[in-house]
Design a protein around this ligand. Structure first.
Ligand code: ADP
Length: 538
């Protein structure tokens, strides 16, 4: 017997229609390049989004065409997030920190037709413009001037009457957006999101056991809008009716703290490197900012050391929520809230649970595969993490032959090495290629580096595998000393020896001024491995 419910399509259009009526007075604020705020309401945003959809149609953009964006986090980018899919196009966010070769490859591979770009990013576009073929380039110009041959976004919108716009109930499996992986592990690969995936992902983000967004929230996504759709926050926040605060190009710790304080931000999200910077600034200037409204700092994209989570909470009364995900998982996969059955634990044990990557959000399933098959949920057995769910990729764009990341029974192989415990908490131990394989045993570089970052005179640390004649690979710690502090190799090894077995201890500690970072602020271990490849063998 079949159910007798409507075949109602889960589309972005429904989120827009709802926001237009129910949250019409809610605000979207954007920090402008001159640091003043641009402000308007959801009603203004919807009106301009409709004008944008009409303008793109007039320019000849057809259903399924890719429209690329090359922009910071701001209200016009928010309009593009909705206006492009609303007219049937596919939003393709370009990572503005990528190199010219990658950008040329991505624009060509996605066959982008139109590019929308911030005027202050035009010098970057100059570097690859002769290597890509586009029908139109639309400039978000603050001066009203645009270079010859390009179009002015504001003029295009002004020429359209929003009354003419009609909502279309698209097929929920139609593409709304695409994003290329940031290439920590080789050539960027195209991930294509559907209406259905984004709607379900947004609903999950509103749940009280996950990110718990609501209309009283003031949400500031630090994570760039070119990085996995700012983790879906522009969609989730609108579905929940939250106020949005976009930081524009001002992603530095001081500017962010100013916005948290003046806009009374309640919820913010970004990668660990952002929070390291903010924690240092808060430690150096206690009480300088009023952060009483700030309820949740979501950290993801790379492992958050427990010492950082504790530092925010114990020294500044700020709650950090650890989450894990990937471009291929839209990205929300797990969130580390403390389950009620753990409320009796000591503070120390609670922190160690919260430092794990957390439990899968509803609709996401996880399993771990060791060398001999699936491993038990015991918190100890390590293996490659596999995931499935309605917002997990089933293939890469135009790389259908690349099937080695997908299992025959429909799971995605993450490339992450993890454990799952009896309560369902997942802990990332490493990326498979960063794991240190010493004499046939595995050493987690993440465990070691996170522990070193808990040492008071250390600012940043990365542990890498380097070739070794006897053990195949051994760990090497690469450390940045905190400003005004000193640290020695012996001190750090001695500190690690308190918590790790002898064979886990790094063979050496080298000190550097800076750890190289990827385009989205993660440690770039590939560069360190190249740099220190001969360190132990000479
Ligand atoms: P890239 O693969 O280019 O870094 P993604 O942004 O898709 O691009 O990164 C996903 C990867 O980031 C995951 O596979 C995982 O290795 C890492 N990651 C994400 N969140 C966490 C986390 N909370 N802890 C540890 N690693 C994480």
């Amino acid at each position: 017997m079949q159910g007798l419910m409507m075949d109602y399509q889960l589309t972005l259009t429904t989120i827009m229609r709802r926001a237009e009526v129910i949250f019409r007075n809610q605000e979207i604020a954007t920090r402008q390049p001159d640091k003043s705020y641009h402000r308007y309401t959801y009603a203004d945003w919807i009106k301009r989004t409709k004008q944008l959809a009409l303008a793109l149609k007039r320019l000849g953009v057809k259903e399924g065409d890719r429209v690329a964006t090359f922009c910071w986090n701001h209200y016009q980018h928010h309009e593009l997030y909705y206006g492009i899919p609303a007219m049937g196009g596919v939003l393709h966010t370009l990572n503005l920190r990528l190199g010219v070769d990658d950008l040329e490859y991505i624009v060509g591979h996605a066959q982008d037709k139109v590019l929308v770009i911030d005027d202050n990013l035009l010098p970057l576009y100059e570097k690859f413009k002769n290597r890509v073929k586009l029908d139109h380039v639309i400039v978000l110009s603050r001066s009203g001037q645009v270079p010859e041959g390009m179009l002015d976004y504001e003029k295009l919108l002004a020429a359209e009457d929003p009354i003419e716009f009609e909502y279309v109930d698209w097929d929920e499996n139609k593409a709304i957006a695409m994003c290329y992986t940031s290439g920590t592990t080789g050539r960027p690969k195209g991930v294509v999101y559907s209406h259905r995936a984004m709607v379900l992902h947004s609903m999950a983000g509103g749940m009280s056991t996950t990110l718990a967004l609501k209309d009283s929230d003031v949400v500031l996504p630090v994570v760039p809008m070119f990085h996995v759709n700012a983790w879906g926050i522009p969609f989730t926040a609108v579905m929940c009716g939250s106020k949005l605060v976009y930081p524009g190009p001002h992603m530095d710790p001081t500017s962010l703290l100013e916005s948290y304080d003046s806009e009374k931000v309640t919820f913010t999200a970004g990668v660990p490197t952002i929070w390291f910077g903010i924690l240092q600034l808060l430690d150096a200037n206690p009480g300088a900012y009023d952060l009483k409204s700030l309820e949740t700092l979501v950290v993801g994209g790379a492992a958050a050391p427990q010492s950082m989570i504790e530092g925010f909470e114990k020294r500044h009364n700020l709650k950090v929520v650890h989450a894990w995900g990937m471009t291929e998982t839209s990205p929300m996969g797990t969130v580390s809230n403390l389950k009620s059955e753990l409320s009796h634990l000591s503070d120390a044990d609670k922190f160690s649970y919260r430092a794990k990557q957390g439990v899968p959000v509803p609709m996401v399933e996880l399993r771990v595969r060791g060398e001999e098959g699936l491993v038990p949920f015991d918190g100890k057995s390590m293996g490659e993490l596999e995931v499935r769910g309605p917002w997990v990729s089933s293939a890469y764009y135009k790389l259908e032959s690349e099937t080695d990341r997908f299992t025959d029974d429909g799971w995605f192989k993450t490339g992450d090495i993890a454990t799952l415990d009896e309560r369902g908490y997942m802990e990332i131990k490493d990326r498979s290629k960063d794991l240190v394989k010493s004499g046939g045993e595995w050493i987690s570089s993440v465990d070691l580096e996170n522990y070193i970052m808990g040492y008071e005179s250390v600012a940043e640390a990365a542990v890498i595998a380097v070739p070794h004649p006897k053990w195949q690979e051994r760990p090497l710690a690469v450390v940045v000393v905190a400003e005004g502090k000193t640290a020695s190799r012996e001190e750090i090894i001695e500190y690690l020896a308190k918590s790790f077995p002898k064979w886990w201890l790094p063979d050496d500690v080298v000190f550097v001024d800076e750890i190289p970072k990827t385009s989205v602020g993660k440690f770039k271990k590939l560069i360190l491995r190249e740099q220190f490849n001969d360190h132990l063998t000479g």
